[in-house]
Design a protein. Structure first.
Length: 225
C-alpha cells in the first residue's frame, strides 16, 4: 500500500469518493496488510524502489508542479537526455537546472512556500506513468560543487544556474488507461534502423537494375525481336 494515497486522499477527496461510489475501494487501498502505517518503516517518507529508480532515470522529461503564494498551481516541463534526473539515493532526486525563459516561476514558488511539489513521469512508449510527492529545493549551482559534479553527467544542455533536489515523500504508479503510445526519435531509430538499411540496399539494387537496362537498350549487337 502506497503512502501516496494517504497524502492524496484528503477529507474533501474522501467526500467526493463517497458521493461517486468509490469510497469502499479507496478504503481498501488505505489499509495495509498488517494494519500498520503506509510508507517507510516508521510511516515516514516512502523510498523509491529499483523499478521506480530505473523508470525515472530512463526518461527524457517530466512535469513539475508547484503552488504559488496565492494558491495558484503552476506546471513546468523539464527535459534533457535520459538520466538527467539522478536518483541520488532512495529518498532523493536531483538534476541541474539550466537557464530558460528567466521567469523563475517554479523557483519563486519553492522559495515562497514550504517546498511541497508533485512530479509526473510519463512514458508514452510503454504506456506507464509514475506520480511523486516531495519537497524540493533550488539553490545556486556553486552552493555545492561536489553535488553539481555528481549531477553533471548526463545533464540538460545549456547554462547551469541551479541545483534542484527533491526529497521524496511518496510515490504511486498510475493506471495506463488513455495513454496514447508515442515514440521518440531515439526509440524509433532502434526499430527503424534495419528497415532503413534494407531500403537503402533496395535503392542500390534498383539503380543498378536501371543502369543494366539502359546498357542493354543501348547495345546494337543484340538480335532484334
Amino acid at each position: 500500500m502506497s503512502r501516496y494515497d494517504r497524502l492524496a486522499y484528503t477529507p474533501a477527496v474522501r467526500r467526493v469518493q463517497q458521493e461517486m461510489g468509490s469510497a469502499a475501494a479507496a478504503q481498501r487501498r488505505l489499509r495495509t496488510a498488517d494494519g500498520g502505517p503506509a510508507g517507510g518503516p516508521d510511516g515516514g517518507p516512502e523510498p523509491l524502489g529499483a523499478a521506480e529508480a530505473a523508470f525515472v532515470q530512463g526518461l527524457d522529461g517530466f512535469l513539475f508542479a508547484t503552488v504559488n503564494e496565492d494558491g495558484w498551481p503552476y506546471i513546468q516541463h523539464r527535459g534533457g537526455p535520459p538520466g538527467f534526473v539522478h536518483v541520488l539515493d532512495p529518498h532523493t532526486l536531483g538534476y541541474l537546472d539550466v537557464r530558460g525563459n528567466r521567469q523563475y516561476l517554479t523557483t519563486g514558488n519553492l522559495r515562497g512556500g514550504d517546498g511541497r511539489v508533485a512530479l509526473f513521469f510519463l512514458d508514452h512508449a510503454r504506456q506507464a506513468r509514475l506520480k511523486v510527492f516531495g519537497r524540493a529545493t533550488a539553490v545556486p549551482a556553486d552552493r555545492d560543487p561536489a553535488l553539481a559534479e555528481r549531477l553533471a553527467t548526463p545533464r540538460t544542455d545549456g547554462r547551469v544556474e541551479q541545483l534542484v533536489t527533491v526529497r521524496v515523500e511518496a510515490h504511486a504508479w498510475n493506471c495506463p488507461n488513455h495513454i496514447t503510445p508515442r515514440f521518440t526519435e531515439r526509440e524509433l531509430a532502434d526499430v527503424l534502423g534495419p528497415v532503413r538499411e534494407r531500403l537503402a540496399r533496395l535503392d542500390l539494387l534498383e539503380r543498378e537494375n536501371a543502369r543494366l537496362r539502359a546498357e542493354l537498350a543501348a547495345r546494337t549487337d543484340l538480335p532484334k525481336g
